[in-house]
Design a protein around this ligand. Sequence first.
Ligand code: SAM
Length: 282
Amino acid sequence: MVTVQTSRTGPSFRPSKRLGQNFLVDPGISARIVSLSRFTHEDTVLEIGPGKGALTIPLAAKVKHVLAVEKDGRLADWLGGRLKRAGINNVTLLHGDILKLDWLVLKSHFRGRMPVMGNLPYNISSPVLEKMCQKPQWMGQAVLMFQKEVAQRLTAVPGSKAYGALSLLVQYHAEVLSRLTVVKGSFFPVPKVDSMVVSVDFEKPYPRRAINEAVFIKVVKGAFMHRRKTIINSLNGALPDQTRESLLTALAACGIDPGKRGETLEMGDFLRLSSALQLTTE
Ligand code: SAM
């Protein structure tokens, strides 16, 4: 078993705020996060933002291979040296931006689905999830740590403040479970807010599928463009290819009150509504 470095020591350069560099410094938490995954010694796992290796090292001990993508070249070099000194040779470090890399090339490193682990900075959380949702059939279980506010949006239920388009889109493609709260004191530098580990399992999508996913996504995004508006007014503004009458007809066919707000509607409502709108456009 390799010991994870626990001190605040490491590379001498200053952590970058822009890159969301708040490093996990509690080895007990790192081990727990890795244990929350169902990755096995047969898996290759993509790690996003390995930083100083707090997750990389326990992960490498659990799985066959880790493909780790780090945007900060100085950190990637430093971590490469650390892994070498520790005799860990089942990690491939890629210096690059996970949002700019070609995911088809990433996918070519995996025989089946692509399991993912990462402690994601706030500014890349939504774009990374959107990328995953664009190719859900490529993705396996993703065990990801987010700022608590992002995690709450992902796991939110109808009627709650955090519920929105991101909640619905991710919950449509994957089973989303919050697994562990990690207090801000577990990081260095200490961030302003706590974090939460979430399992986003693309092997367990929502059991019902949309007839046309493009229409479903448009309807969901349109419904939340203006949170304070009613569903009829939101969709009327967001779907220029629909008339107000066709929208009212579709809402009536689904038994949805046009005066309700999008945030009160469930996944099933959005699926039925997108099917009804699909029919009216055919
Ligand atoms: N996994 C380490 C840990 O838990 O201590 C580091 C987590 S730190 C919150 C986020 C890491 O992601 C940093 O190492 C940062 O440089 C890296 N990062 C930020 N943006 C990135 C991007 N677009 N692509 C790849 N890595 C990125």
